[in-house]
Design a protein around this ligand. Sequence first.
Ligand code: BTN
Length: 278
Amino acid sequence: GVRGHGRGRMIGTDGANGIKVGSAAGEKTHGAPATTADGAAYIRLEEVDSTNVYIRSLPGRNAVVTARRQTGGKGTKGRSFVSDEGGVYLTRRTFPENFPAEDAFLVMANASVAVCRTLERSGLAPGIKWPNDIYVSGRKICGILIENTFSGRFLSRSIVGIGLNVNNDLPFELRDIAISMKEAAGHPFCREEVEETLAEETGKRFPMEEYLSRLIGMGEEAVVVCGDERIPVRLLSVDERGGLLAKTPSGERRFSAAEVSLRPAAKGNFAVDKGKNG
Ligand code: BTN
């Protein structure tokens, strides 16, 4: 796909149509369309171990798999992801062309924007904590697990898994750091509709400005964790390649999402960085 430079460049992978795959025996599709708006195969499951795992075995190319619940939901850093009924669990697989490996951050950025737009279409006001945590009312509403495959210097396959808290009740120990759409809005949502919207939005490519304009925490104090090192910083901005620019005691520095994580400052008001499922 064509990606230009500057603020207006598109941040997602190519949405080229793939070969449509049929549903396997036993799958329930609720009579809804078997392709997404962008022409990817759309498979809706009742239950699966993990939509990120299931999608690997599908033939064809671009695809979206959703499940009403997962029995082995996967989180980042090898953690598990509680995936109870009432949430949206969606994975999209794409095969980008001529997509430089160093632009992999853009896959995260695009997924973050897609989740935000889905929430906004439901009347909520989300923000993005760099690199790809989505917050509503200071709590995490969604988890994103991206599994990329590289071929030489290029990204050849991207598996983007999104777990969005819609009407599901959260485990007790996560109640002060996580939130659901139902809790945020004070009323439940049509889960199917949220799922359809997310399937649609993840099939689009957005300009970088859509990501940058939703960032939260800029100008605030935070701590950058880099291995055993903890660097107190003031967050400045995020650059075109997704690097975090921050003021540190030793001057201005750039941090890459692959190398560091972001925590709230000791007494700062920055949202707590903790996986949805601890
Ligand atoms: C995290 O916050 O740790 C990331 C969680 C990602 C969860 C989603 S749910 C759909 C997809 N399938 C999985 O097994 N994981 C992702």
